[in-house]
Design a protein around this ligand. Structure first.
Ligand code: SF4
Length: 381
């Protein structure tokens, strides 16, 4: 089946090009510590062999950046770096990679007195000088605060869209057009809505699609499939990532799931007339990356799923996140949230912090909180 494709412009990322009718590229991200060069190279090459067109790596420190020199020498994969607050890290990593991903919402934390436009200009200059593509990666849990305050708190999509459009306009005005955009949320319906609205105004900009914190398979794959089927079948999406909470040894399942979804859509084997089921328990969990604070996180996500099975008929969202970088913000919208620190797990009820508990005490504490939430809802009926 020939799928319609939006007339996006071409963006080259190392040996591949996305947009302009090129095949939809499939990506994944390393969950190893970037400084553990052997483990990181092994994971990159495993993903590459599984068919990853691009592999992302997190770089948060000078030591991470230094590790890249050897990583680059030991892989043929196209590499993209995930920048967090320290946008200046781009200068160190640029010679060794093919693309940089920055989050507009994170450009405020470092050198606060410097205007964000100057920081984007700097990133575009680095990218031009080193033959790199850029991704403007907008995320529901860390949206640009200046945009967020312009809209009602319940309107989570408008600030994401304004932020993305604003960054596109700036990059265009700088003469830098080798970029794509992602707009990610953990709710597949919102991912569909926000990407459609973005593309209605900017059909020329290639889109990277993903449902963030989709969680454990098979639910994580199902949520992602729902969003991708709706978007890709309408011509939206030039590159994709299926974010799954799986152990490092199974990371290639992200690529396999992505390729399977694309093949099914192309063959007309779509499944999603069904809308996302909001009357049941929804567990979201991050796919983990080098920033994960304790290796016990993956097991914890699995245990949370097993423990909370008895609440499957309640419309409750539980978020399980691997680190302090995105954990605090991205658990705010969940009914109950857990985010991992090295020796304890933080528990939240909505945005309210309930405390930090050792790994071997968190599950009973979560259960008590879940029971109390269910009881309070049945009382208010
Ligand atoms: S929450 Fe932290 S550990 Fe999980 S994917 Fe995001 S940055 Fe990585």
């Amino acid at each position: 089946m020939n799928l319609p494709r939006n007339p996006t412009r071409p963006v080259r990322i190392g040996s591949i090009t996305i947009g302009a009718g090129h095949p939809i590229a499939v990506q994944s991200m390393c969950a190893t510590h970037t400084t553990d060069v052997d483990a990181t190279v092994a994971q990159i090459n495993d993903l590459h062999e599984a068919g990853a067109d691009v592999v992302r790596i997190a770089v948060d420190s000078k030591r991470d950046a230094e590790a890249l020199v050897e990583i680059r020498a030991r892989t043929q994969a196209n590499l993209v770096i995930d920048l967090q607050e320290n946008y200046r890290m781009s200068e160190l990593v640029a010679p060794h990679v093919n693309k940089l991903r920055y989050n507009p919402g994170h450009l405020y934390h470092h050198e606060r007195e410097k205007p964000w436009k100057d920081k984007v200009k700097y990133l575009a200059e680095i990218a031009s000088r080193h033959d790199l593509a850029l991704r403007v990666g907008v995320n529901c849990g860390s949206v640009d605060p200046a945009q967020a305050e312009k809209f009602a708190p319940e309107d989570s999509l408008a600030p994401m869209l304004e932020s993305a459009w604003e960054h596109c306009s700036l990059l265009d005005s700088l003469g830098f057009t080798r970029y794509c955009v992602s707009l990610k949320d953990s709710d597949p319906d919102k991912v569909i809505e926000v990407n459609k609205r973005f593309a209605a105004q900017r059909p020329d900009v290639p889109l990277h699609l993903g449902v963030t914190e989709a969680g454990l398979p098979p639910e994580g794959i199902i949520k992602t499939r729902i969003a991708f089927e709706q978007l890709i079948s309408q011509g939206l999406g030039d590159t994709i990532r299926v974010s799954l909470t799986v152990p490092n040894s199974r990371k290639r399942e992200e690529i396999e799931a992505g390729r399977q979804i694309l093949a099914d859509i192309a063959a007309g084997r779509t499944r999603s007339v069904v809308r996302f089921n909001r009357d049941s328990l929804n567990i979201i969990s991050c796919p983990s990356c080098s920033r994960v604070e304790n290796e016990a996180f993956i097991e914890l996500a699995q245990q949370v799923k097993e423990l909370t099975g008895y609440a499957r008929d309640h419309a409750i969202t539980i978020a399980v996140m691997g680190c302090r970088v995105n954990g605090p913000g991205e658990t705010d919208d969940a009914d109950l949230g857990l985010w991992c620190a090295p020796n304890f797990v933080n528990l939240k009820r909505g945005p309210q912090e309930l405390g930090a508990y050792p790994y071997d005490e968190i599950l009973p504490r979560l259960k008590a909180e879940l029971d109390s939430l269910i009881a309070s809802r049945s009382c208010s009926r």
